[in-house]
Each structure stands twice: as structure tokens, then as C-alpha cells.
Design a protein around this ligand. Structure first.
Ligand SMILES: Nc1nc2c(c(=O)[nH]1)N[C@H]1C(S)=C(S)[C@@H](COP(=O)(O)OP(=O)(O)OC[C@H]3O[C@@H](n4cnc5c(=O)[nH]c(N)nc54)[C@H](O)[C@@H]3O)O[C@H]1N2
Ligand SMILES: Nc1nc2c(c(=O)[nH]1)N[C@H]1C(S)=C(S)[C@@H](COP(=O)(O)OP(=O)(O)OC[C@H]3O[C@@H](n4cnc5c(=O)[nH]c(N)nc54)[C@H](O)[C@@H]3O)O[C@H]1N2
Ligand code: SF4
Ligand SMILES: [Mo]
Length: 761
């Protein structure tokens, strides 16, 4: 395969090539101009005006994506761990053969369920998860997890109970926008976040409400800032619902038409002592009433909850209260409110806790085991414990609670295989490290497509060839399945020939194979990749699996796809959509809905919103007698472990130089607290939790309230300096967090509420 780049570098230097940013879930469309001596540097990056969602918008981080693409700790050959812990390079045939043999041996001796899969993609790459589905099926690996199971699973659980599906909200058109534990100024999460925030804030007819203990950068713009005490959002939201009920502000007619269960819920709020709950959360009752009334009288309100509450105490309860507030004021299925997007591939399917994990019996929500119990599923002599792990595009030794225990768990496994581009903290613990092409060296895409009424999908084209010997996850999974003897070669051959004959022939054969053997479905990703990958235009081989997803979407949501301009009946529509995706260099609108369509996607049996969630009543009622989290004399501070700042991006970018300032990520502390402890701006302090201790740089910040301190996410990575010596910069947060500090229901961690002690050094 040769590219315009390798044939005529001078041409490619002057060309802007469309792609997308991979640093947060927005995946803004960008254009990249390559440069440098080898033509492989990202010389210039700008927003892509042709991208359907971002429309030319990009934040400051995208301009420095070269630090990801050209990182110094890129792995360029498969690595095998020696008994002394060091690594040796091996050739690909050996690597694939040994990894396949060792997984197969564990499967044959202990059952495939003992092989745990973690990851599948990060902020920019979800195709690996689609292909690994085949490998997992062949290995019989039924348990999996990823980062969503330490942030969103509580919300998924509540959403599944109340709505039978996942919802998002329309900030572009809302009258009131409310962010609960979310700082979109830095974390984004909605398209063109800063533009939208400013638009809401400056319009006198609209209102921006922020719930955050910190005066966040988003709170700076807000009309109403509900500055709760850390970890007390449950009291605040319960008080707001109490006000709706007691002041008769509920959207009663709307609720009668669209919901069930109101009568069951009302008694929990009818006599709720609003004043006492406001005191518990530290916000003046007047302000709480004002915000609640503002929401109740608005034409529409858009809600967004994120890590500030999802990684905090009472997180699943807060997700429930947030939704009661949202539906109680009639904010679903209309412009400016919540909606159900049409997903090409849902990230939140797979049950709401009916299955449980093999050792600890933790609820499996949306198919994922809670991240916080993973070490407990390994470090035991339970016969059903996990004995091997396949990690793909994730760094759990760094990103999960209690890193020391997670390291111990990985070391205890019989086999750990890591698929990554860089020598991550997790890769360093693996038995085999399998390197792959970066997200700009292969076709990639995410399923973070949540827009409405016009939703988009972006299959990115590769900009660069991978270095010699490297290839994508799709190719890797295909090779593993071949080595496992599970690739149906005659089927692949027949499908290849059918593709050349035409789409009708290909469809007929594919669906015939599937009808004969439903088990074929899980192998379909790698079979499609082998059958048609190299036949797709624009080097989009890894897009092959989308052929199947396009057909499923066409079957389920034909009208939405036709409204987006794709033509054809039945299966032809699927091919039209697939071709549209292949053609859309800057992304493509694949579904157009009207607001009513959201109601058709409500997945409850009666199509109504279910307000009653009895599993949470005990916790809800218990707030009345519970002491809100206060100062523990041993650990008097609350550490918010993982704040998103201007230049943080989990661990995708490993070079600390990429941050323009504050490379080590300082601990932010209120000036009054600092003075009391004798800490100066720019000085050092010792930060200790019950789990660990670290020396940190200090930054005085009047954004923090007294008693609350914060550290950024994505720090503490060790990275080779120019001479090759690895050095860590900043604090690895999860050396300080504890696995048992988690939500009782969803198992989501309390990272934003880590009790801590601070001393001057
Ligand atoms: N710049 C940047 N952007 C990112 C990322 C990144 O690494 N860097 N990561 C992406 C990812 S993976 C995610 S999940 C999102 C997360 O996006 P966010 O959830 O918006 O990010 P955070 O900064 O972790 O937390 C948001 C806010 O929660 C507040 N908070 C802390 N404690 C409490 C509390 O007790 N109550 C309330 N109400 N708020 C509290 C914090 O002060 C903070 O302002 O960001 C995405 N975007
Ligand atoms: N204490 C605390 N912990 C947290 C958080 C917090 O706020 N506080 N935030 C949590 C959240 S919200 C999240 S989302 C997680 C994120 O944590 P993880 O899900 O573990 O994700 P990353 O740390 O970004 O690791 C992604 C890995 O993918 C690799 N990679 C990049 N491109 C490719 C590719 O094309 N293919 C492959 N195979 N690999 C690639 C990178 O090198 C990196 O090692 O962290 C969580 N951990
Ligand atoms: S980091 Fe910035 S440019 Fe990149 S996707 Fe997120 S908002 Fe867009
Ligand atoms: Mo995340």
C-alpha cells in the first residue's frame, strides 16, 4: 500500500487533511498539515469547518496532538517479558503464536470466563472494541470492563430503569442549562462547548446554572452557581425536588401523560425539610429556591451530570435525583431538553445489573464489571477468579483506584497481554506487549455520537503509514483468530468473491451464513475485515465492521437514516449508509429525527418514563438522618482527585512537555487553608490519604472553598527524557485512592471525595 505521502512528500506538506481530535469525547473535526524532516510531524492543526458537529471549533489541546503521534515511548516491536522483568523484542509470528497458545491453554484448563478483557478504546478509538469482540468470543471471555464502569454505570443503571435507554440533552437550544459536577469549559462534552456556554450566559432570556463546590471556569460564566459543600449534591437535589413538590411546581399534566409512578415517589418529598437539606449542602435556601423555580418555569432545561457527582458519594442516587428533577419539570422529548439519540452502536447496552461478577457478585451494568472490584476478582483463591487479562487501549494500572493493589493483581495473573501504542504503566507489567498503529495511522472512529436531531458519524482516514512492522487492532485480532484456528477461511473467500460480484450478492451470502449459524455474528467483525477490508476505498480497511453496523442501523431506524438523505429499501439502505460513511472524509450526518422520535426510543415496556426506583428509597430517605460528609480529624481535607484542566488528557499524551505551563499539575488549595498550614504559592506539600502519600506542588487558588483541594488527572506518567531515562512528572492520583470507597449499587469510585491530610515540607 503506498500513499500520496510516501510518493510525493512535497504535495502532502501543503495539504490539509481531515481527521478528528482524539483527546476528549467531542472528537472535534480537525485538519492537519504534516511537516517536519520526515513529513510525519503535525506541523499545523486547525478546526475542520466541514465537520457536522464541531463546525470548525477546536480547543487549545488539538493544536498539540503531535505530542501523541510522535511520543518518544512509542513501542515499535512486540515485547515479551523475561523472568527478570525486563523485556525482549520478538517477531510478530512468535508473538501471535505464543499469545494465542497461552490464552488457549488457560481457556482449556479453566474456562474462557477466567480471561478478563479490559478497555477497547479511549476518547478517540472505538473500533478496537468492535474487533476484539471476535477474539473474546473465540476465547470464551465473557467478562469485560472499561473506564465507563468507574464513571457512567450508575447513570446507565438509573437510565435503564427509568427510560430503558440512554439520554443526552440539547444545550444549544435550551432556555436553562444546568451542569452538575461538570466543567465543560475545560472538559467539553458538548459540541463547541465554549461557544454554547457563552451563548447561554449572555442571553438575558436564558440561564446557566452550575453545581460545583469549586468556582469552576464554567461557574465564572454562570447566572446561578450552587456552590455545594463537596460530596453533598444528594441533599441539594433532594431539596430541589422537595421544592418542586411542596410549591406545586411539577409538570403534572405532562407527567400524567408520559410517566408512571409519581404517586409512589411523592411521599419521599412531600415533607422533606428543605431548609435543613440546604444547610446540609451549604447553599442558601433562597438561592436553591430561585434555581428550582427558574427551571420549573423555563420552556426547556438541559441537564448534564458528570464526574463531580459520578465519582462521588451517593452517585447513583444523585443520577436518580437529577432525572427526577429533569422529568418532574417535563424536560424530555422536546427542543432544548433531554432526548434519546439514535446510536450507530450503543455504549450502554448489556443489562442493568441482572448479571453479577464471578467472585464478588458485583452488579454488571451495561456489560461491565465495576472497575473498583477488579483486583478482588483476581486476588483470591476462588475457583472462578480471573487468571488472565487482555488490555487494549487502556491503562488500568494507572487509571483505576488503588494502583498498588491493581499492580499486585496484574502481577498475580498467569498471563497479561497489553495492546497499546506506548509503553504505559500497564504495559510495563505485561507478559506480552503488542504494539499497534496510532489513531492517525489507521482508519478509526468513535461511537460517541450523541447529537440530535441530526446525528453524525465520522470514520477517519489514516494520515500516515504506520512504522515498519506495525498495523491496526483489526489486523491483530484477525491474526490472533487465525492462530487460534478459528478463522472460517472458506467463508472469508466466498465473501471476498461475492463482494466483487456486487453488493446484492454480498448481502445475500452474508445473511445466509448468519441465518445458518447465529454464532457467526461474533466472528463477523474479523471476517468482514479479512473479506472486504483491503477492498475499501481511502485505506479504510478498519471500517469493514461498520458494514454490519450500518445494516443493523438501517433495520432498526430506517426512517431516521432516510431523512438524512440515504436512499433504498431494506438492506439496500444499509449499503447506502455504509457508502456514505466511507465517503464522508469529515464525517457524515447519518440520522435526522424529529423531537417525537425520542419517545419511540423510550425502552420501557409501556413506553412511559418510570419515576419509581424502589432500590434507592432507603438511601434517599436515609439522607434525613445522615451526617453529611464532614471533616475527619485525621484527614480534614477533601481531595478532588482528577480535575480536568487545560492540558490534561487522561494518559493518551505522555510527554509532560505538552502542557504549556504547570507541567507537574499543582494541588490547588484555598489561600486561607494554605496560610494556616504555612504553604506558599509554588511551594511543596505532603499530601496523605489512608492509602498513600505524595509530595505535591502547591498553587493557591480562590476558586477552591476552604477544606477542598484538587489535583489534575493524567499526571505521574514516567516518560523517557532525551537521554532515555524514565522520569515521572506530577502525582499519580490512584496511588492515593482506595478501592472500597465506592458506590454501594454501581460500584463507581469516590475519586472526587478522597479524605486527605496536608503538611508543609
Ligand atoms: N481537558 C480535558 N478534558 C477532558 C478530559 C481530560 O482528561 N482533559 N477527559 C474527558 C473525560 S474521560 C471525562 S469523563 C470528562 C469529565 O469531565 P468533568 O466531569 O467535567 O471533569 P472534572 O474536572 O473531572 O470534574 C468536573 C467538576 O466536578 C467538580 N466537583 C468536585 N467535587 C464535586 C462535588 O462534590 N460536587 C459537584 N457538584 N461537583 C464536584 C470539580 O470541581 C470539577 O469542576 O472530561 C473529558 N474531557
Ligand atoms: N483518580 C482518578 N482516576 C481516574 C479519573 C479521575 O478523574 N480520577 N478519571 C477516570 C476516567 S473518567 C477515565 S475515562 C479513565 C481513563 O483511563 P483509561 O481508560 O485507562 O485511558 P487512558 O489512561 O487514556 O489510556 C489509554 C491508553 O490507550 C493508549 N492508546 C492511544 N492510542 C491507541 C491506539 O490507537 N490503540 C491502542 N491499542 N492504544 C492506544 C494510550 O497509549 C494509553 O496507554 O481514567 C479514570 N481514572
Ligand atoms: S480536546 Fe478540544 S479539540 Fe479535542 S475533541 Fe475535545 S474539545 Fe475538541
Ligand atoms: Mo472518562
Amino acid at each position: 500500500m503506498s500513499t500520496s505521502l510516501s510518493r510525493s512528500p512535497s504535495l502532502s506538506l501543503s495539504e490539509w487533511k481531515p481527521s478528528a481530535c482524539v483527546l476528549c469525547e467531542c472528537n472535534c473535526g480537525i485538519e492537519i498539515r504534516l511537516g517536519g524532516a520526515d513529513g510525519r510531524r503535525f506541523a499545523k492543526v486547525r478546526g475542520d469547518k466541514a465537520h457536522p458537529a464541531s463546525q470548525g471549533y477546536a480547543c487549545e489541546k488539538a493544536s498539540r496532538l503531535d505530542y501523541y503521534q510522535n511520543g518518544r515511548d512509542r513501542i515499535t516491536a512486540p515485547l515479551r517479558r523475561r523472568p527478570d522483568g525486563s523485556f525482549e523484542e520478538i517477531d510478530w509470528d512468535t508473538a501471535i503464536r505464543e499469545v494465542a497458545e497461552r490464552f488457549a491453554a488457560i481457556r482449556d484448563e479453566h474456562g474462557g470466563e477466567s480471561i478478563f478483557y479490559y478497555g477497547g478504546g479511549g476518547q478517540g478509538n472505538h473500533l478496537p472494541a468492535a474487533y476484539s469482540r471476535s477474539t473474546r468470543a473465540v476465547l470464551g471471555s465473557g467478562y469485560r470492563s472499561n473506564a465507563l464502569a468507574q464513571e457512567k454505570t450508575g447513570e446507565f443503571w438509573v437510565s435503564a430503569k427509568m427510560m430503558g435507554g440512554f439520554t443526552r440533552a440539547d444545550f444549544e437550544n435550551c432556555e436553562v442549562g444546568i451542569f452538575i459536577g461538570k466543567n465543560p469549559w475545560f472538559s467539553h462534552g458538548i459540541p463547541r462547548a465554549r461557544v454554547t456556554l457563552r451563548e447561554i450566559a449572555k442571553d438575558p432570556n436564558r440561564c446557566l446554572i452550575v453545581v460545583d463546590p469549586r468556582r469552576s471556569e464554567t461557574a465564572d460564566l454562570a447566572n446561578i452557581h450552587l456552590q455545594v459543600k463537596p460530596g453533598t449534591d444528594a441533599w441539594l437535589l433532594a431539596a430541589m425536588i422537595g421544592i418542586l413538590v411542596q410549591e406545586d411546581l411539577l409538570a403534572r399534566d405532562w407527567l400524567a401523560e408520559h410517566s408512571v409512578g409519581l404517586d409512589e415517589v411523592l411521599p419521599h418529598f412531600a415533607d422533606l425539610p428543605v431548609a435543613r437539606y440546604c444547610e446540609a449542602c451549604g447553599v442558601s435556601e433562597d438561592l436553591v429556591r430561585e434555581a428550582t423555580r427558574r427551571i420549573a418555569r423555563a420552556e426547556s432545561t438541559a441537564f448534564f451530570e458528570d464526574l463531580g457527582v459520578q465519582m462521588n458519594r451517593h452517585s447513583t442516587l444523585v443520577s436518580y435525583l437529577h432525572r427526577l428533577l429533569c422529568y418532574g419539570t417535563g424536560n424530555f422529548g422536546k427542543k432544548g431538553a433531554a432526548y434519546s439519540p439514535m446510536a450507530l452502536q450503543s455504549l450502554a447496552s448489556g443489562g442493568a445489573g441482572e448479571r453479577t461478577s464471578p467472585v464478588t457478585g458485583a452488579r454488571i451494568i451495561a456489560g461491565m464489571i465495576p472497575c473498583n472490584v477488579i483486583p478482588d476478582e483476581i486476588l483470591t483463591d476462588h475457583p472462578k477468579r480471573f487468571r488472565a487479562m487482555l488490555v487494549e487501549s487502556a491503562n488500568p494500572a494507572h487509571s483505576l483506584a488503588d494502583s498498588p493493589r491493581m499492580r499486585e493483581a496484574i502481577e498475580a495473573l498467569e498471563l497479561t497481554v497489553v495492546i497499546d501504542v506506548a509503553m504505559s504503566e500497564t504495559a510495563r507489567l505485561a507478559d506480552y506487549v503488542l504494539p499497534v498503529a496510532t489513531q492517525f495511522e489507521k482508519a478509526e472512529a468513535t461511537f460517541f455520537n450523541f447529537e440530535f436531531p441530526r446525528n453524525y458519524f465520522h470514520l477517519r482516514r489514516p494520515l500516515l503509514e504506520p512504522p515498519d512492522g506495525l498495523f491496526s487492532e483489526a489486523e491483530l485480532h484477525a491474526r490472533l483468530i487465525e492462530a487460534l484456528g478459528a478463522m472460517p477461511e472458506p467463508t472469508v473467500k466466498a465473501l471476498r468473491e461475492a463482494w466483487d460480484e456486487g453488493r446484492a450478492a454480498f448481502r445475500a451470502l452474508f445473511f445466509e451464513i448468519l441465518a445458518e449459524d447465529p454464532g457467526f455474528f461474533s466472528l463477523a467483525p474479523v471476517v468482514l475485515y479479512r473479506a472486504i477490508g483491503d477492498k475499501l476505498p481511502h485505506r479504510l480497511a478498519e471500517g469493514a465492521v461498520l458494514w454490519a453496523l450500518a445494516h443493523i442501523a438501517a433495520q432498526r431506524s430506517g426512517d431516521s437514516i432516510r431523512r438524512a438523505g440515504f436512499e433504498g429499501e431494506g438492506a439496500e439502505l444499509g449499503d447506502a449508509l455504509f457508502d456514505g460513511i466511507l465517503d464522508g472524509a469529515s464525517g457524515v450526518i447519518f440520522s435526522v429525527d424529529d423531537w417525537d422520535e425520542s419517545w419511540n426510543r423510550v425502552g420501557t415496556p409501556d413506553g412511559r418514563i418510570h419515576l419509581a426506583v424502589p432500590e434507592l428509597y432507603e438511601e434517599l430517605d436515609g439522607l434525613a438522618s445522615e451526617e453529611p460528609p464532614g471533616a475527619d480529624p485525621e484527614f480534614p481535607f477533601v481531595l478532588s482527585a482528577g480535575e480536568r484542566r487545560s492540558f490534561t488528557a487522561n494518559t493518551i499524551v505522555r510527554d509532560p512537555e505538552w502542557r504549556r505551563k504547570d507541567a507537574a499539575g499543582a494541588l490547588r488549595i484555598h489561600p486561607g487553608d494554605a496560610e494556616r498550614l504555612g504553604l506558599a504559592d509554588g511551594g511543596r506539600a505532603r499530601l496523605s490519604t489512608k492509602r498513600g502519600s505524595a509530595e505535591v506542588a502547591v498553587e493557591l487558588s480562590d476558586r477552591m472553598q476552604p477544606g477542598h483541594v484538587s489535583l489534575p488527572n493524567g499526571m505521574g506518567l514516567d516518560y523517557p527524557d532525551e537521554g532515555g531515562t524514565r522520569r515521572a512528572t506530577g502525582t499519580s492520583l490512584n496511588e492515593l485512592t482506595a478501592g472500597e470507597d465506592r458506590d454501594w449499587l454501581a460500584g463507581t469510585p469516590w475519586h472526587k471525595h478522597t479524605p486527605a491530610r496536608i503538611e508543609a515540607v
